[in-house]
Design a protein around this ligand. Structure first.
Ligand code: FES
Length: 645
């Protein structure tokens, strides 16, 4: 017969095709994931594959040396000009002449899986909404007065089978010069997340580099972004900046009240946050050495108030019960509407919201950590100005947010500062001598001498203040109620009076340098923050009907730096064996990246959000009870942790 058998690895997909079928066409027919940007013209090399020869007993197949057609002139030219790895063939040129086994290397798969660099072993699934297609467009003809866009759409349909292309006005404005510059050969970026294809960018000739997207974690205090290759999910640049809305109010509720008191205040806040996002996009592009016009997509995760302010929706309803969201669904809109520089038709996907106080940032954490995929019960805490808390397993997932305030970020702490070089990030206090030893950001050394090495000590960051308070508790400098003792009570000259209370002096270089202390006010601020966090977690545990959890995951840029031991000494998180506490890094940012790289991930979180049970802390009387009960600093000694095991 004129049929031959073809087996693709690693997918294991197999079938029969007519002798003479190109490998790329066979892959399409059998549903094998083999990439192509040039549409089989032998110029993009995305379709590279490795044929195997000899005996394949597992498949009951013998592959002859002439199972593929000899290298043709197109392939020969590509190999001469660009070089092909030994054994590689261009799938669009090599024709199948006999039974064959063909391996598709990871870089030739569109839907490849990319291992994350983070400690966790999870993989990043590639299933991007935007793909690049090289097309040859018919030149204009006075006798066939079709528009350039119509001929382009026609070319996409006949050369790629993608019908029904749409383009918005901004894209049409950019269209004509590029078509001419490319000599009617162009690479189009086509966005489709199930709602039909849209033209989002156009590049002259064959675009050989990948398309880029940015994943933005829009927090109330900081805005962080990653520039990601949509080819393989790699992060090419990361940057962050302060949220300029801070000048309208440190926390979310004060920003909502700013709007209530200043009509039109939301417009100002919308403008500044969009400007900052634009700035971030430029910074990321600059760092990665690309043009902002190469950014074709973005995803955004944020809390509900930031969400509304970004979209230009008055957040006033979020400031009062029943905390109604204007919309809780995910959104897909032109990047231009949010005012940042990107490709002319670039799209922005905003993850869905869980509830009035539990936003797309919590949804992103749920996407990244996937508690519903596990049998054991996970408590996931994303620590920030607001803490997002998830509790769940394969049966049920609950979520709430808790207003912890900015203390954990080093704000409203007397010697507090952002996590930057010079900040104390780790501290130990000797229980006998009450003397501190610390490590500052920017140096790998532990030291008791603040003037030792560089950079110079400047303050205490969030993780540092948590350790400081916990260490002070373990060293007997503060009691269970959070009161700092006097020098006589504690037996240390570092406990100095400050008004009617005392403070613990870590370092004094005044008047020329910083004077770094932990004051009674600092301890109170940490007590309030940690009580809010703990109460939120307890509330979810009540709702779930459990007293213990199997694992605790600390998430968030900040959560990643918290020492689990110190968090537990403070009673920030419920007691659990230390080995059951792990850090997930910036899980919201990871969720944003996953959604950027994969339409499947978008659909997954949209479905998951509908199944999550929301628990509203603001109106729940038990939250107040837990909050008050959690005020004490429960554990004076670290060994309790070991005893529990
Ligand atoms: Fe582009 Fe084969 S598909 S080289």
């Amino acid at each position: 017969t004129d049929d031959v058998q073809v087996i693709f690895t690693p997918s294991g997909k197999r079938g029969r095709v007519a002798r003479g079928t190109p490998v790329l066409a066979a892959a399409r027919k059998l549903g094998v994931d083999l990439d192509s940007v040039c549409g089989g013209r032998g110029i993009c090399s995305k379709c590279q594959c490795s044929p195997g020869y000899g005996d394949f007993p597992k498949h009951g197949l013998h592959v002859d040396a002439d199972a593929l057609s000899p290298i043709n002139s197109v392939e020969e030219r590509y190999d001469r000009v660009r070089g092909l790895k030994p054994g590689r063939r261009l799938g669009c040129q090599a024709e199948i002449m006999g039974d064959v086994v063909i391996d598709v290397p990871p870089e030739s798969q569109v839907h490849k899986q990319v291992v994350r660099k983070a400690a966790s072993e999870r993989v990043m699934e590639m299933d991007p909404a935007t793909r690049a297609c090289f097309i040859e467009v018919a030149e204009p003809d006075m006798h066939a007065p079709e528009g350039d866009f119509q001929r382009l759409a026609h070319a996409l349909e006949s050369q790629w089978g993608i019908a029904g292309l749409r383009a918005d006005r901004e894209m049409l404005r950019a269209l004509q010069p590029v078509l001419r510059k490319g000599g009617w050969k162009v690479t189009v970026a086509v966005h489709d997340q199930g709602d039909g294809p849209r033209l989002t960018a156009l590049y002259p000739g064959l675009r050989e580099t990948s398309l880029y997207g940015i994943a933005i974690d829009l927090g109330s205090t900081t805005i962080a972004g990653h520039l990601v290759s949509l080819d393989d999910g790699r992060v090419l640049a990361s940057a962050g900046q302060m949220n300029p809305q801070i000048r309208f109010g440190e926390d979310l509720m004060s920003r909502v009240s700013y709007v209530m008191m200043n009509p039109g205040g939301d417009v100002e806040m919308t403008q500044v946050v969009r400007d900052a996002m634009g700035e971030l996009a430029r910074e990321l592009a600059g760092e990665a050495g690309i043009d902002t016009g190469e950014i074709v997509e973005a995803t955004v995760v944020c809390n509900p108030v930031m969400h509304h302010l970004l979209l230009g929706i008055d957040p006033v309803e979020l400031g009062q019960a029943p905390f109604a969201l204007a919309t809780s669904d995910s959104m897909d809109l032109p990047a231009r509407e949010l005012g940042f520089d990107a490709a002319p038709g670039a799209r922005v996907y905003i993850l869905p919201l869980i509830a009035g106080h539990v936003g797309a940032d919590a949804a992103a954490v749920a996407l990244s950590e996937a508690p519903e995929s596990r049998e054991d019960l996970s408590l996931i805490v994303d620590v920030g100005t607001n803490a997002e808390i998830l509790l769940g397993n394969s049966t049920r997932v609950l979520a709430c947010s808790s207003p912890t305030g900015p203390a954990f970020e080093g704000a409203q702490i007397s010697s507090g500062q952002r996590a930057a070089p010079g900040a104390i990030e780790r501290i130990e206090i000797d229980p006998e001598t009450k003397e501190p030893r610390f490590k500052i950001i920017g140096s790998d050394l532990w030291s008791t001498d603040p003037d030792f090495g560089t950079p110079r000590i400047t303050g205490i960051c969030g993780s540092g203040i948590i350790e400081a308070v916990a260490e002070m508790r373990m060293a007997g400098i503060v009691d269970a109620s959070g009161l700092i003792g006097s020098a006589a009570q504690v037996g240390s000259a570092r406990c100095v009076p400050n008004g009617r209370t005392h403070e613990y002096l870590i370092h004094d270089a005044s008047p020329d340098g910083p004077r770094i202390t932990v004051t009674q006010g600092d301890i109170r601020a940490i007590q309030l923050a940690k009580s809010a966090l703990y109460a939120g977690a307890r509330l979810l545990m009540d709702e779930m009907g459990v007293d213990v959890v199997d694992r605790v995951v600390l998430a968030g840029a900040f959560g990643a730096h918290i020492s689990p031991k110190h968090a537990m000494v403070l009673g920030m998180i419920p007691d659990a064996p230390l080995s059951a506490v792990s850090s997930a890094g910036n899980a919201a940012g990871t969720g944003a990246r996953m959604a950027l790289c994969s339409v499947k991930a978008r659909r997954a979180i949209e479905a998951q959000v509908k199944r999550i049970t929301k628990v509203e802390t603001a109106i729940e009387p038990r939250f107040q009870e837990h909050f008050v009960a959690a005020n004490a600093l429960p554990h004076a000694t670290a060994p309790f942790l070991e005893l529990r095991k």
